[in-house]
Design a protein around this ligand. Structure first.
Ligand SMILES: Cc1ncc(COP(=O)(O)O)c(C=O)c1O
Length: 352
């Protein structure tokens, strides 16, 4: 039986959401064509909408955030050259094997002073030219919000400072903005404010925005022309993709405005978990929809906690040695309260 069907509260990711009724209707009614030929009117509409939202001239609708990242790195970085990233960034962590296989890229991974957020000074240090020309950096990447950093938000000014360092050194800057709308919900900035600071970026429709599938790669015309070629090369000429793009358009209309609710729910969840398991997290550090808890402070293993929580109807995952939970459109304040009751029962069961 699937977790959703059997009534679990699913906090494993913000990707577990189901399409809304409006999305389902739009998908059923979508006008479609063969996207390989650029003929899908709904995909084209979504790409135009993304261009309008980001203020950038060219965009490309792709199946996943990973594919956006991989295509961007392939376009910007030569095999054997380096990409700078934060040490727990998605590109240099979950995707490290992908970029090794697809592009022959190596990473210069930097430990951030706080919650995954690189500083301009760190990036400047990483771009100091190698006097022997052996290590060459082709690209700098940043992630906002930072997932393993606990959904940490980088303000626009900090992105701009990194962008200036990169521009001074002639190295492009790429933003993995899988959850950039979450960052905007906190800073009050527009996505375009972030997009203006970088050479290229991506954002996901399939995370906090609640669409079933899809991400947008954004940049200038030349970059997106090459990205379009790489999309076909990587096997993502996905034909009548308008059926998915239709849900993406609804996601862009209905979701950014409700992310603050996910953030408030995450803070409430964090406060409750901290009360149940003292010392496992600081609720004040929860800025967006991601909560990490170091449950090993209890002396019980991560695996024991995951199992105990699942037995009480709460699904979580583990990342970087901690329990990870994400709030999303399918988790209401009531479900947060129920999840916290599950946490209390799990704690009692483990203590027994
Ligand atoms: C920060 C970040 N970037 C990229 C991705 C990859 O997105 P996708 O799962 O759509 O490939 C994720 C997925 O969790 C992510 O958290």
């Amino acid at each position: 039986m699937s977790p959703a069907a059997s009534g679990y509260i699913d906090l494993r990711s913000d990707t577990v959401t189901k399409p809304s009724a409006a999305m389902r209707r739009a998908m059923a009614q979508a006008e479609v064509g063969d996207d390989w030929f650029g003929d899908d009117p709904t995909v084209n509409q979504l790409q135009d909408r993304a261009a309008e939202l980001t203020g950038r001239p060219a965009t490309l609708y792709l199946p996943t955030g990973t594919m956006c990242n991989q295509i961007a790195m392939h376009a910007f970085a030569r095999a054997g050259h380096l990409v700078v990233c934060e040490e727990s960034a998605h590109v240099g962590g979950m995707e490290i094997s992908s970029s090794a296989v697809l592009s022959g890229i190596a990473f210069r991974r930097l430990g951030a002073p706080s919650r995954g957020l690189l500083t301009a000074a760190q990036v400047a240090g990483a771009l100091t030219p190698d006097p022997y020309d052996v290590t060459v950096v082709d690209l700098v990447t940043i992630e906002n919000t930072h997932q393993v950093g606990g959904g940490a938000v980088m303000p626009v000014d900090d992105v701009a400072a990194i962008g200036k360092v990169c521009a001074d050194r002639g190295v492009p800057l790429y933003l993995d903005g899988a959850r950039i709308f979450n960052a905007c919900a906190v800073t009050g900035a527009a996505v375009a404010d972030y997009a203006a600071q970088v050479d290229a970026m991506m954002f996901c429709l399939s995370k906090g925005l609640g669409a079933p599938i899809g991400s947008l790669l954004v940049g200038d015309g030349e970059f997106i022309r090459e990205a379009r070629r790489l999309k076909v090369l990587f096997g993502a000429a996905w034909r009548q993709a308008g059926i998915m793009a239709a849900a993406g358009l609804i996601a862009l209309d209905e979701s950014p405005g409700r992310l603050a609710t996910d953030h408030a729910n995450a803070r409430r969840l964090a406060e409750g978990v901290a009360a149940t398991v003292p010392g496992c997290l600081d609720p004040a550090g929860v800025e967006t929809n991601i909560v990490f808890a170091d449950v090993t402070v209890t002396g019980h293993s991560l695996a024991a906690w995951v199992e105990a929580l699942a037995a009480e109807g709460v699904l979580v995952t583990t990342v970087a040695g901690r329990v990870r939970m994400l709030t999303h459109v399918d988790v209401s304040a009531r479900e947060v309260a129920a999840a916290l009751a599950g946490w209390r029962r799990a704690a009692a069961a483990l203590a027994a």
